[in-house]
Design a binder for this molecule. Structure first.
Ligand code: PHE
Length: 341
């Protein structure tokens, strides 16, 4: 090949390469152009290098010089294209621009259920008042749910229609005390007193079950906070003080606590516990002085120790605090509702 032909070939090659590299619109196009012109195996520059060998001897230095100049120019064009694409705004696969100023997709972080949050807060408040949280089983036997709480066989509270008894096949064995889903957390009072000597100062927070038709204030499963305090000379005044301290901590300074006479088989006297802000009284649960029969049944001496017990509805507290008007919202699992807590 003559020197002139070689030089003109390289001029064309350089022009084509710099044009292609400058036109590369994305990384893929740039890579294709790099392979086409600078590729080590079959790139066009490589082919031109081979033709350099066919230029006549005396012209070789000039041809080599031309080759090197063209190679350098193409490599510079490649570097420039690369820099241009790296600093360009990001594009998707099809080359479309991303608008980096658009708001991102929010990552939704889960949170604890409002009832769970309430339970944690109640534990915290009662903990500061010296009450230790304990747990008890949700599947309970009749002895702990009724018998030991002074609720005899003939009592209407034991009606199978008012309780979730386990099916016969799920009962442990025919001779054992029949099993049911506990209808109250007072069961835990008995379990704790069976195992510990006074003084006792515990709370128990958990689920209870009653076959109620769901409406704005009823649900077949809900939570109670049971409290039990047994010691020498515990009185009804202590009960009221503890409930008032609890209520003002959870709901606010301006809360009033009121007792109304009532009846529970395991407390004597017994009261309903109401709380109010301004105008309206709401019933939150029951309470009373632990009946001496109950103390005796667990082996305590009612002449030595006395105590109080209370059971409050956790959902009611949570609903009052957050102005929730229907208990069913709490269990519908609608994230639009749950996200607010
Ligand atoms: N267990 C009772 C209920 O479910 C509440 C209660 C607890 C009453 C402790 C007195 C003492 O309604």
């Amino acid at each position: 090949m003559s020197l002139e032909a070689f030089i003109s070939k390289l001029d064309q090659l350089q022009a084509a390469a710099t044009e292609a590299l400058a036109a590369a619109a994305n990384r893929e196009a740039l890579e294709a152009a790099r392979i086409e012109f600078l590729g080590a195996k079959s790139g066009q520059l490589k082919a031109a290098q081979k033709q350099l060998g066919t230029v006549a001897g005396p012209d070789k230095p000039a041809a080599g010089k031309k080759f090197n100049a063209a190679k350098m120019a193409i490599e510079q064009a490649f570097d420039a294209a690369q820099t241009r694409l790296e600093s360009a705004p990001p594009t998707s696969k099809d080359g479309a621009l991303f608008d980096i100023t658009l708001p991102g997709e929010p990552i939704r972080i889960g949170r604890r259920h409002p009832v769970t949050q309430t339970i944690a807060e109640l534990k915290d408040i009662m903990g500061r008042l010296g009450f230790t949280a304990v747990d008890g089983p949700e599947v309970e036997d009749e002895y702990h749910n009724f018998e030991a709480l002074n609720i005899p066989e003939i009592h209407p509270a034991r009606d199978p229609l008012d309780n979730f008894y386990l099916a016969a096949a799920e009962q442990q064995h025919a001779s054992a005390s029949p099993l049911l889903l506990r209808s109250q957390t007072s069961t835990v009072q008995i379990r704790v007193m069976e195992e510990t000597q006074p003084p006792v100062r515990i709370i128990s927070l958990g689920r209870v079950y009653r076959p109620d038709q769901p409406d704005a204030t009823h649900y077949p499963m809900f939570h109670q906070m049971e409290g039990l305090y047994i010691d020498k000379q515990v009185t009804m005044a202590d009960l009221k003080s503890v409930l008032r301290l609890f209520a003002t901590s959870y709901l606010g300074r301006d809360v009033h606590v009121r007792f109304r006479p009532s009846f529970f088989p395991f407390t004597e006297p017994s009261v309903e516990v109401d709380m109010s802000w301004g105008d309206r009284w709401i019933e939150f649960g029951g309470a009373g002085m632990v009946d001496p029969h109950v103390l005796k049944a667990v082996g305590y001496d009612p002449e030595e120790v006395t105590g109080f017990a209370f059971g409050l509805g956790v959902e009611r507290l949570c609903m009052r605090r957050h102005h929730i008007t229907d208990i069913r919202y709490l269990f519908a699992n609608d994230v639009r509702f749950l996200r607010q807590f």
